[in-house]
Design a protein. Structure first.
Length: 271
């Protein structure tokens, strides 16, 4: 075997070992188009053992269909609007594994009627639900996971969108929820940092997923992003998966409380 080939294999070997021996929780797989699924694949390839959660039994069926593509995953239910389910999830993980090295929070929800028309028309109950499921849930799962993650150089990653900082047509209350989520990332990073846990967010460009389809005009947003972004292309699941891999691996050990953009560079543009 020549030297170049050995170097290449060593390089590949190194890449696949990035999460060797680590166990992580991935929340938010609904189907194969889910960002959480892109991240699960990247983490699995890097050698991690995964625990996947599903919101309800209907989506659990999808997750069970996808699971054989991963190495020995553990599948558990968790609706994040229910504190009891979060507690049960963490104690199951405690019993089955005993610890967690990373946690991916890739979930959000707002009633469809709140994702079109004027933000000013947002109903109190729709605001409450969107903020509860999409922002408070990060606080709740981070707190519940802390005993499992403590002092392990662990990483938490959530998913956000440019609508947190700029007005995006129809994104409405979800933009406000993402602003709360990004602020939570900073407060949680400061709380959990002394316990050896980093907290970061990925701000992804628009990708056609189940959740994204609820936002009015998502196809137009994807097209516009691809036409105008510095990289002139759509964002895909692998790109988000690899950025998440970086954020849960030791390569990002000096980064916490940060929002990293995986959006083909779109957010740097002015008019
Ligand atoms: N798709 C995009 O364009 C885009 C861009 C930036 C950020 N994001 C964010 O990425 C994350 C993942 O969304 P996605 O686009 O992959 O869509 P998706 O529909 O595949 O995933 C959303 C997930 O949220 C879960 N969920 C909703 N309510 C829940 C609850 N009460 N309990 C537990 N789980 C619940 C759903 O079951 C689903 O698995 C979300 O936070 C979304 O806002 C998406």
């Amino acid at each position: 075997m020549n030297r170049n080939r050995i170097a290449m294999l060593m390089y590949r070997g190194h890449m696949t070992q990035l999460l060797e021996g680590k166990t992580g929780l991935v929340m938010g797989v609904a189907n194969k188009r889910s960002i959480a699924w892109g991240i699960a694949n990247a983490a699995n390839k890097a050698g991690a053992r995964l625990i996947l959660t599903y919101q309800n039994e209907r989506l659990g069926e999808n997750v069970r269909d996808l699971a054989p593509q991963l190495t020995n995953p553990l599948l558990l239910p968790c609706d994040v609007s229910n504190d009891g389910e979060i507690t049960t999830l963490m104690s199951r993980i405690g019993e089955e594994v005993g610890h967690l090295d990373f946690l991916i929070h890739a979930l959000a929800y707002a009633p469809r009627e709140a994702l079109e028309g004027m933000y000013a028309d947002t109903k109190r109950e729709d605001f409450r639900i969107a903020l509860d499921v999409s922002a408070y849930s990060l606080v709740a799962v981070s707190r519940a996971a802390l005993p499992l993650m403590k002092d392990r150089q662990a990483g938490i990653v959530t998913l956000t969108y440019l609508g947190a900082e700029r007005v995006i047509q129809n994104y409405n209350v979800m933009g406000v929820a993402k602003a709360a989520l990004e602020a939570s990332v900073r407060y949680l990073a400061n709380d959990l940092g002394p316990h050896g846990v980093r907290v970061n967010a990925i701000s992804a460009g628009p990708i056609k997923t189940l959740a994204a389809s609820a936002v009015g005009g998502i196809s137009g947003m994807i097209k516009l992003n691809a036409e105008r972004a510095p990289l002139r292309k759509q964002v895909d699941l692998d790109e988000v998966g690899d950025a998440a891999l970086f954020l849960i691996s030791p390569l990002s050990r000096g980064i916490s409380g940060e929002v990293i953009y995986v959006d083909s560079g779109y957010h740097i543009l002015g008019v």
